[in-house]
Design a protein around this ligand. Structure first.
Ligand SMILES: CC(C)(COP(=O)(O)OP(=O)(O)OC[C@H]1O[C@@H](n2cnc3c(N)ncnc32)[C@H](O)[C@@H]1OP(=O)(O)O)[C@@H](O)C(=O)NCCC(=O)NCCS
Length: 259
């Protein structure tokens, strides 16, 4: 103790305390909904690099949100796994942020897309290993090797220790500002560890980055999985024209999600 006075802001103090405690989570109650995206929407998730880019940009942020975003980034960069910015005035905000999948505020973390990367041509055999059994069961539409090779840039994979465990693809229809999530599959031995969700979030982010506003998926078996993640059933008539129709024999359900 030196007897010196220090002028510390609450967010700074909270971030340093969370780091010193090796906390898993820092929750900041802020004046506002969270980090807004400039179009009235909210960034529900940010990686540290995205958060830094927003602070460095000319985007106008409410002072309180800016201070807390800086603290959240400091905490995450200092080893705290997750930092949340939550509206201090919203009823039940904490519960909704922590216990619903999409939350209501902004989550800052570098864990979001752990293991996810764009697919490469040499991933095609792994993609076939995941997709072919699902095609044989009628769960996914058949895509021959040549199509996977041609479309490889549309795919993301999730890998662990060099082994590809799951994949998903995004087919954009920029004129209608919608995208199709296709070929989402996780190897059966590696399901139920959040990899499907990580892939979905990564595809959603890619779609947003491409300026798309809605995502859709056609599924026969996993309607509930998508509904729990914010998709709602829609009519095949809503599919973009460029998609080339809807195969009625498959009886797929069409689901849309606003991004
Ligand atoms: C759907 C799929 C991608 C999910 O992958 P995953 O890595 O297991 O997903 P997550 O770990 O993120 O989610 C698992 C959760 O979803 C639930 N779940 C899995 N399949 C489900 C289904 N068909 N319907 C509803 N819920 C389902 C699990 O019980 C688990 O629930 P919990 O979080 O409450 O424990 C995977 O089951 C799969 O490859 N299915 C076959 C292909 C398919 O249907 N693709 C979608 C059409 S494009």
């Amino acid at each position: 103790m030196t007897g010196d006075c220090f002028n510390l802001s609450t967010p700074e103090l909270a971030a340093e305390t969370a780091i010193a405690l090796r906390a898993d989570k820092l929750v900041c109650l802020v004046e506002g909904r969270g980090v807004l995206d400039g179009k009235g929407g909210i960034h529900t998730e940010l990686e540290p690099s995205q958060g830094r880019a927003i602070l460095a940009s000319r985007r106008r942020l409410a002072t309180d949100v800016r201070l807390h975003l800086e603290a959240a980034l400091r905490a995450v960069e200092g080893g705290v796994a997750r930092a949340h910015l939550v509206d201090r005035r919203a009823d039940g905000a904490l519960l909704r942020e922590l216990f619903t999948r999409d939350g209501i505020g902004t989550l800052v973390t570098d864990e979001l897309y752990e293991g996810v990367r764009p697919a490469r041509l040499d991933d095609v055999p792994s993609l076939l290993r995941i997709l072919e059994p699902l095609e044989a069961q009628g769960i996914l539409v058949h895509r021959p090797r040549e199509v996977l090779e041609t479309d490889i840039e549309r795919f993301l994979v999730v890998e662990r220790d060099g082994l590809v465990l799951g994949c998903a693809a995004l087919y954009g229809f920029p004129e209608e500002r919608v995208g199709e999530l296709a070929c989402l599959g996780v190897h059966p031995e590696h399901r139920e560890h959040g990899r499907g969700e990580v892939l979905l979030r990564a595809i959603e982010r890619r779609a947003k980055d491409e300026g798309l506003e809605r995502l859709f998926v056609l599924t026969t078996q996993s309607v509930h999985w998508f509904v729990e993640r914010g998709f709602t059933p829609a009519s095949p008539a809503e599919l973009p024209e460029g998609r080339g129709g809807y195969d009625r024999r498959r009886r797929s359900k069409v689901l849309f999600k606003a991004l």
